[in-house]
Design a protein around this ligand. Sequence first.
Ligand code: OSB
Ligand code: MG
Length: 375
Amino acid sequence: MTFALGAVELRRIALPLVSPFRTSFGSQTERDILLVRVELIDEDGTASEGWGECVALSEPSYSPEYVDGAEHVITHHLLPRLRAADRLEAAVVAPLLAKMHGHPMAKAALEMAVLDAQLRARSTSFATMLGVTRTTIPSGVSVGIHDSTEELLAAVQGYVDDGYVRIKLKIEPGFDIDQVGAVRELIGPDTPLQVDANTAYRRTDGAHLRRLDDFGLLLIEQPLPEDDIVGHAHLAAEVETPICLDESLVSAAGTADAIELGACEIANIKPGRVGGYLEAVRIHDLCVTKDVPVWCGGMLETGIGRAANAALAALPGFTLPGDISASTRFYAQDIVTDPITISDGHVAVPTGVGLGFELDMRFLDEVTTRTRSVP
Ligand code: OSB
Ligand code: MG
């Protein structure tokens, strides 16, 4: 069953966060998200709808992409190339777009919408397509930078009470050693703890970051700028805590190189950052053969991306808890009728058709700020 591309709609939504989320690259209070709706038409003329979520943030502060840019490149450079294809399915999206450099988050949103539609057309789920057998996955939470250590500890305690099995702390110079030590003291030695610097340190910070070795962390995520692979390799030799890459990993080929160089002892896989779920699976497979543990990152997704991530993270190489928290960690209300919830520290792997979510169209319309049909 292959498809022709029918109607395409780009929708922007605004969702307020339940509390500000601050990282070393900035603070967010609201999420401005681009959704892609596609129709795939099968040989009999039957249309199937699919939705993709673009994880680009409002500003190019995490990576070079940003939501207005993603909408522009999709409209003017990516969609015309999909329109020209006569046999569309998720597997051909990346090859069709390969001549356009960069923009992995924009490409991933398109591939995701096509994937959702084709799975629905075939009445099957993403979990089934992936062949996963786990029915639940452990749930970790990402905790932002706070104005004081007291506020940080209160936030962490709340997430521990919610049942999260792994805590990740955002850090930056001036909000690191003391705060991580205080959290370790609060949660005790046995609760898995890790940190994420979002590129806030420099090569000369090795001795400083080595002080984190005292706290029994699972990993240090992306301490150095994304292009500094050799710096991460040096740091990995200097610091006992494993070095994990996030921003640096944008493809399977680049991930293989980073592993080869000793820069990537653990991999954070984010489908949007690497151009889609199919490339994410290839990175997972590569890491399994290289014995590199992987976990699934997050980008404050709605129920669309959160469902797909929960299925992906059920693959066997995802041996560490991901940033797949309950929808309520970020949003008072989700745009799906079946938001991800946490129970006993775990989230259920979605089994519904498509990527595994159903939209709450009433609420979606309420939070929509703009809808455009793209020819
Ligand atoms: O670096 O992992 C990151 C959110 C936005 C951009 C980058 C990152 C994050 C998070 C939150 O840490 C992860 C989540 O969605 O829970
Ligand atoms: Mg990160």
